[in-house]
Design a protein around this ligand. Sequence first.
Ligand code: PLP
Length: 356
Amino acid sequence: MGKFMSNRYRNLKPYIPGEQPKDKIYIKLNANETSRPPSPKVLEVLKSDRMKQLGMYTDPHSRELKKAVSDTFDVSMAEIFVGNGSDEILGYIFLTFFENKHICYPDITYSFYATLALALDIDAEEIKLKKDFTIDINQFIETNRHIILANPNAPTGYALSIREIEKIVRSKPDRLVIVDEAYIDYGNESSIPLVKKYDNLMVIHTMSKSRNLAGAHIGYCIANKKLIADIESIKSVLNPFNLSDISMAVGTAAMLDRKYLQQTVQAVIEARIYITNELRKMNFYVLESNTNFVFVSHPWLSAEEYNIRLKEHGILARHYKKPDRIRNFLRITVGTMLEMAAVVQATRKILLSLAA
Ligand SMILES: *Cc1c(COP(=O)(O)O)cnc(C)c1O
């Protein structure tokens, strides 16, 4: 650390995303991205005359994208915030609402929440998932802390129903409940309709997963307009043009192409059923996923070893050493059918070579 670094950041622990090695071409299944292209409408907009206007700043209120989100989810534009990925939105939410506050989230969840809490010195409690990795909603109902929940959760893949989310939101109107719905499109019910009823709920979506746009990095948040106005004010002083015009153009095009979203989701669900069945045939324990990844464990092949061997076969997956009880699980993104067939084939070879 250099001598000019501000003291308050001395304990900063950088977030570690899935690795992106460049030594050879890998099948990348470690960050829940996709090799499938975005909607053709996105590619069209990138080739359009609009791109000749990049010498101009874009609309700092990102109204074009907000309009598309507003039409899609039947909420008003004042109830929408857009950001440079949902990570940025989470950052603004933490900055805007959580200074000197107490927050909580599950002990096994998206690790960026802990990264942010640590960086901003926010008191965070990790609430233990049950033995079977499901969420004990009573613990979240009982706590007085603000709550952050990934729904479906990562890396487990389990989802709470909208009724369960509503129970938590309703239980204490004086605390915020942030629901991170990064994987909602893969067959789950969104909590967005609850935003009209509750002014303590914020729902976050990303275009990095089901919209095949991780590289454009676009997210949006839907909440009561007072909450949105508060994060807008923080954004306006930190990064008024947080979404580039390129992102706004492609995000809008992707948002409006619902048919392509459905096709993508359908393809992922088919591939998920395939990989789940094939791995189970090889004795893997595969959690029932509601997302574009599977979380798997094997009776005698350790997750760490499996991860290393897959990499030797040119396949990247994600292994977490902490907490201890997920040490023996590997998270594998559900890619295309071809990519999943490659995983099955590599896994078969790995098991055979070690059994011999
Ligand atoms: C991938 C992911 C994100 C990050 O999304 P970006 O929009 O790419 O920043 C946020 N939350 C969860 C649970 C995720 O899995």
